[in-house]
Design a protein around this ligand. Structure first.
Ligand code: PXP
Length: 247
């Protein structure tokens, strides 16, 4: 496994701002082009069931605009499966989704939902789409991802990020330990570990330093920072911090 940590930039919230006025500005495609120009490794986009940010037509436009791999975050539904099979993104990351939530609030219960996930993961795998499951760093969930033949697991870093915001160093250390341990176990079992959710300039480095983690997916903070500094400098800074942490 290469030691270079990839950065996937989640551009959903460019679309959130666009949709606030119902027009076509700011265009997430322009953000995708900037990600490509600045050396980002991938575009991540979550097509939610309520289409609150990225919309169906954005997917093809993003794919046409850049050669970067697209990581489509999706709920495990027949509707989203059909969309994934139509667009054939590089990767599909299955996430839990509740309409009332503000953002994805935790990992997918891959263990509890095993039987309903089997046909979805199988069909994505058969179509040559890299299937990723967004899970908590938990052995039971990792085990389920292995049984489902997912190629990738993305560990939810939200609890880690919250523990830092709360100033709770014990919880922070505990969260970091479980992500570190599960990343090692995933890699040992031939499944590629990724991580994401709530990552910022302040908290990214301990996660980036975990040697087995191959990719981080970061969105809200980068788009927020872009308001002040522009998207390009925000991505460059995140890249620098990640590289520094990798050593
Ligand atoms: N990874 C997954 C699976 C997500 O659902 C999200 C949020 O859409 C992210 C990464 C990015 O999280 P954030 O926007 O907090 O950086």
């Amino acid at each position: 496994m290469t030691n270079r940590l990839r950065l996937g930039v989640n551009i959903d919230h460019v679309a959130t701002i666009r949709n606030a006025r119902g027009g076509d500005h700011p265009d997430p495609v322009r953000a995708a082009e900037i990600v490509a120009a600045v050396g980002g490794d991938g575009i991540t986009a979550h097509l939610r069931e309520d289409r609150r940010h990225i919309r169906d037509e954005d997917l093809a436009r993003i794919q046409d605009a850049t050669d970067l791999p697209l990581n489509l975050e999706m709920a495990a539904t027949e509707e989203m499966l059909a969309i994934a099979l139509k667009h054939k993104p590089h990767a599909a990351c299955i996430v839990p989704e509740k309409r009332e939530e503000r953002t994805t609030e935790g990992g997918l219960d891959a263990a509890g939902l095993h039987n309903s996930l089997v046909p979805i993961v199988d069909r994505l795998n058969e179509a040559g789409i890299r299937t990723s499951l967004f899970i908590e760093a938990d052995e039971r969930q990792l085990d389920a991802a292995l049984r489902l033949s997912a190629r990738v697991v993305e560990f939810h870093t939200g609890e880690y990020a919250h523990a830092i915001i709360d100033g709770d160093s014990e919880r922070t250390a505990k969260e970091l330990r479980r992500i570190t341990d599960m990343a090692a176990l995933a890699a040992k079992n031939g499944i590629e570990p990724h991580a994401g959710h709530g990552l910022t300039f302040e908290n990214v480095q301990p996660i980036a330093a975990i040697p087995q983690i191959a990719e981080l997916n970061i969105g809200h903070y980068l788009i927020g920072e872009a308001i002040f500094s522009g998207l390009e400098p925000a991505i460059r800074r995140m890249r620098e911090l990640m590289d520094e942490a990798r050593g």
